[in-house]
Design a protein around this ligand. Structure first.
Ligand SMILES: [Zn+2]
Ligand SMILES: [Zn+2]
Ligand SMILES: [Zn+2]
Length: 86
């Protein structure tokens, strides 16, 4: 088992797609928390939100790493390794 994430090299300097979940804004839905894709800048809602667009974005694109898009939070999560990144 590897304890390090090999996907951090894929992280790009991204511009967030918007102030809210891209898909929820399009459909008028609501969310709980937001996650920012560090590969393309997609903003999606978290797994506590009913639509889980951040996770759906990972399955659709295989972009592995998201960062919290909540004020004051800067943790990162790798979906592939299922681990938080320092
Ligand atoms: Zn990883
Ligand atoms: Zn959403
Ligand atoms: Zn992405």
């Amino acid at each position: 088992m590897s304890e390090t994430c090999a996907h951090t090299s894929e992280i790009r300097k991204v511009t967030p797609s918007g102030k809210g979940c891209k898909e929820c804004l399009a459909t008028g839905d609501s969310w709980v928390h937001l996650r920012l894709c560090l590969i393309c800048g997609h903003v999606g809602c978290c797994d506590s939100s009913k639509n889980k667009h951040a996770t759906k974005h990972f399955h659709a694109t295989k972009h592995p790493i998201v960062q919290s898009f909540e004020p004051g939070e800067d943790w990162r999560w790798c979906y592939v390794d299922e681990m938080f990144l320092e």
